[in-house]
Design a protein around this ligand. Structure first.
Ligand SMILES: Cc1ncc(COP(=O)(O)O)c(C=O)c1O
Length: 377
């Protein structure tokens, strides 16, 4: 048997005719930039995120970059964020000339630990950027309290967590802005790159729209130095086809997660902890395991897809050496980087596939125990 980490062909097979028709409609119209599909998607994503406004972007990375630019964060400013995330959370801060200030994670959720934030605030701090990792939102109440006390913006990096909730509130709707990614592997993924920013702040909404289009307030009149951060109409059309399935796909992922949770209960495999405040969309199902490298070799032999998100925390990346962090600064992030392993969780997994993944992982550890007892005897 073969179980890939993600099988987008299985998803595509079910919606192929609708996707082709939607793409063909855009091509027939030849309105490939902006237009009704982008506007419709913006309206629908704003609504399902419980936000007033949404602005389509060329990627999740550009959604974060534009958010920082629209908030007028730049050289000399500091943004507090997690050490354990995907690169573009941090690279966006650096690209606008600001300084990322890292915080360690809560080892249970892998999300930023709000306890460590306040002591890092200086007069240069302009924003906090929590990341809702693997489909579960960060602990937003204490973050929003600190932000309000110090008059800071909050940029939710919700790239992996569209529609997930914290105390019943949707990802992206709690902070000043929320940033989504439509990278194909996301719960709502396009046929290429795409992203979106949601907000309830009308002033920011207007800036986001202008900065997305070269800072143009009217044709060839540039109010700001913006970029080309526009979402393609073809991507919007594909995403509109997929959108009605999003909740059922996330539900199927939760169902698969419950299967693994039960299967691995009481074993050395540590399953993801989901806070009672949160509903996760399980963009990834990330276990913590001993002997990870050996397990990976075993999974390769068994043709089971897997990935490490993420093998190196941000404070130890070569390009951020100038920030002067060192090994040991964020022990929880460093430990997570050594132990985490994502296994297949995608909605189309069959019962047979899940059993095979569960059995293969557990058989690896029973073999380990067997060898251990043999060694001792
Ligand atoms: C946490 C996080 N932030 C930002 C991004 C960037 O999104 P994109 O790949 O659409 O640029 C991603 C996507 O991989 C992500 O997982």
């Amino acid at each position: 048997m073969q179980v890939p980490l993600l099988d987008l062909k299985a998803q595509y097979a079910k919606i192929k005719n609708d996707v082709l028709a939607a793409v063909s409609e855009v091509l027939e119209s030849q309105q490939c930039i902006g237009g009704p599909k982008v506007a419709e998607l913006e309206e629908k994503i704003a609504s399902l995120s419980d936000c007033k406004f949404a602005v389509g972007m060329s990627s999740g990375t550009d959604a974060i970059l534009n958010s920082l630019m629209s908030l007028e964060i730049g050289p000399g400013d500091e943004v507090i964020t997690t050490a354990f995330t995907f690169f573009s959370t941090v690279s966006s801060i650096v690209r606008i000339g600001a300084k990322p200030v890292f915080v360690d994670i809560d080892p249970k959720t892998f999300n930023i630990n709000p306890q460590f934030i306040e002591s890092l605030i200086t007069e240069k701090t302009k924003a906090i950027m929590p990341v809702h990792l693997f489909g579960q939102m960060a602990d937003m109440d204490p973050i929003m309290e600190i932000a309000a006390k110090h008059n800071l913006a909050v940029i939710e990096d919700a790239a992996q967590s569209i529609t997930s909730t914290y105390k019943g509130r949707k990802a992206g709707s709690i902070g000043t802005v929320g940033c989504f990614s439509f990278f194909p592997s996301k719960n709502l993924g396009g046929a290429g790159d795409g992203g979106m920013v949601v907000t309830n702040n009308e002033h920011l909404y207007n800036r986001l729209k202008i900065i997305r289009n070269h800072g143009e307030s009217s044709k060839y009149h540039h109010k700001y130095v913006g970029g080309n951060f526009r979402l393609d109409a073809i991507q919007a059309a594909v995403l509109l086809v997929k959108l009605p399935y999003l909740d059922s796909w996330s539900e199927a992922r939760r169902h698969n997660a419950a299967f693994y949770d039960e299967r691995f209960a009481g074993t050395v495999v540590k399953t993801p902890y989901i806070s009672p405040d949160c509903v996760s969309i399980y963009n990834q199902y990330v276990i913590r395991v001993p002997k990870r490298d050996e397990l990976i070799e075993h999974l390769k032999e068994k043709n089971i897809g897997h990935a490490i998100y993420y093998p190196r925390p941000m404070h130890l990346q070569e390009c951020f050496e100038y920030l002067d962090y060192k090994e040991g600064d964020f022990p929880k992030s460093e430990k997570a980087a050594k132990e985490v392993l994502a296994i297949p969780i995608y909605p189309e997994l069959t019962a047979e596939m899940k059993n095979y993944v569960g059995d293969s992982i557990l058989s690896f550890y029973s073999k380990q125990m067997h060898n251990y007892y043999k060694m001792c005897s």
